[in-house]
Design a protein around this ligand. Sequence first.
Ligand SMILES: Nc1nc2c(ncn2[C@@H]2O[C@H](COP(=O)(O)OP(=O)(O)OP(=O)(O)O)[C@@H](O)[C@H]2O)c(=O)[nH]1
Ligand SMILES: Nc1nc2c(ncn2[C@@H]2O[C@H](COP(=O)(O)OP(=O)(O)OP(=O)(O)O)[C@@H](O)[C@H]2O)c(=O)[nH]1
Ligand SMILES: [Mg+2]
Ligand SMILES: [Mg+2]
Lengths: 280, 290
Amino acid sequence: RSSSAENRQELLDELEELLIQADVGIQTAGIIRDDVSAYFAVHPGATWDDVLGIVRASMVRMLSAVPPAEAAILPPIPPEVVLVIGVNGGGKTTTIGKLAYRHVQAGRRVLLGAADTFRAAAVEQLAIWADRVGADLLAQKSGADPASVAFDAVAAGRSRGNDVVILDTAGRLHTKVNLMQELLKIQRVVGKAHEGAPHEVLLVVDATMGQNAIAQARQFHQSLGITGIVVSKLDGTAKGGVVLPLARELGLPVRWLGVGEGLDDLEPFEAGAFVDALLS
Amino acid sequence: SLAAKLDGILKKLQGHGKLDERTVDEALRELRLALLEADVNYRVVKDFVASIRPKALSEQVLASITPGHQVAWIVHQEMVRLLGGESAPIHWSGIDPMVIMLAGLQGSGKTTTAAKLALLLKRQQRRVLLVAADVYRPAAVAQLRTLSSQIGVDCDGGEGDPVAICSAAAVRARREVYDAVVLDTAGRLHIDSEMMEELARIVAAVSPKERLLVADGMTGQDAVKTAQEFHATLSLTGIILTKLDGDARGGAALSVRAVTGAPIKFVGVGEKLQDLEPFHPSRIASRILG
Ligand SMILES: Nc1nc2c(ncn2[C@@H]2O[C@H](COP(=O)(O)OP(=O)(O)OP(=O)(O)O)[C@@H](O)[C@H]2O)c(=O)[nH]1
Ligand SMILES: Nc1nc2c(ncn2[C@@H]2O[C@H](COP(=O)(O)OP(=O)(O)OP(=O)(O)O)[C@@H](O)[C@H]2O)c(=O)[nH]1
Ligand SMILES: [Mg+2]
Ligand SMILES: [Mg+2]
């Protein structure tokens, strides 16, 4: 059906509801709404499908505007070191298991560093994943200094000739200054163990997160420099729309999508497919 | 602050003598933005703002020297009312052990909260049995066992069928005269019908007096869908919101309360086992309104 002014307003309202409910936030919804209004000015008879086409293009553009990470351009001297961070319960440890599985399937030798020395059974959890996917594990006694574990894991990765070292860290809220300091220390000592490390700093963002994910990402990025985002739990009903403001405001690229609890449930990020799922 | 923003908009009303609906609607738009930014669900915001509108168009607002503060006060009051009174968190009754069941999405904080609750009850001189009914997540049982030994509380469970684990624990609790049983279940998606069916079977087997949704306080718009589904399956008696020790506004509180009608009983405010507080509606209202 083609739109009258009233229909167009209804359409814009429906669009706004769809976008807000996908957690893209008010600013991003407003930008997309403006794109659609501009389109309406030229095509007053636009249908809902036409509008979705404009919305899709607008979102893909936002996500693709992010420059690729340096790590993707310059392959590091092995081992490649990946530091995985994020707030509590987002899916870091599980994501590491999945990433390790991918690397092992590709014939790489992977070492996991159990640098979450704080949370109950965190090391045991990672150990089970290492065993499941065929990766090595480096851990110390519970309560050990996380930076010391991270250092040892990277040093061991170097001497043992691992291709990849992935470091698990404890979940932490970005507002806890001492915990952010701890993370900085981990990053610093890892650089001492292997020049240029960590080559990747991945922030795991739970798809169910609301607008606070932006504050989280901003703080983590400011402190450490994030090279990529993993959006987890996209097999639920949450859309993870917060990655749009993360791309727009912080220039952060999404690298991977977690779509389940199994070792195979990790997909490389592709803007078109992501936006299609968001709009479905 | 919101009050100051609303003041700026509503100051235009003053000296006009009659209420300008358009100006009030402009103020309500500002309120709507604040609530969406705070992660309150889109539809819940719509209903909430609609309920505020007649109150905002009242004589009392018009007569006020600071109409914006007046509206902000009305909004705060209404939100506190919606979030529910500060009722006694856990209802004790009867001689059978009180069975408390925790359920929710993956990673929301159930295992940690189970131990926090157990510590709270222990400090109230109750004998508590913690039950590790998550047989799926790697080292989930080890996690709860570690926490329970930290606080000196007995812990059952481990392998097998979660329903059987819970039943066995309930039997043991009755036989050995525990005051309370806290069931930690596996995180699950509300759209996973098999796993939701497992929850229903646990309820059928042990009739938990308290069926609590443990939800992440930083959740965005999706909070409504999750809460609705868990409520439909469990008929929730309460909600625990976790991870409110950060700077998330916590709009999920209003969303889950609005769609389930279940009272928010506790909030998690940290990773330590002491970090569980009773819910204070006024504090959360202030936080949501920024
Ligand atoms: N459905 C689903 N569940 C996931 C996904 N990723 C992780 N999970 C689950 O989320 C829960 C938390 O995952 P963890 O890997 O322990 O999260 P974490 O960030 O390491 O948690 P902390 O170390 O405690 O901060 C577990 O139950 C995982 O199985 C996903 O993509 N989909
Ligand atoms: N900062 C903070 N962290 C919390 C709070 N409650 C739980 N956590 C952390 O959140 C993470 C996940 O907690 P769990 O207890 O493992 O969550 P869960 O719901 O049992 O996870 P699954 O069993 O995988 O579904 C852990 O790192 C906890 O320490 C809280 O109130 N504040
Ligand atoms: Mg972890
Ligand atoms: Mg758990």
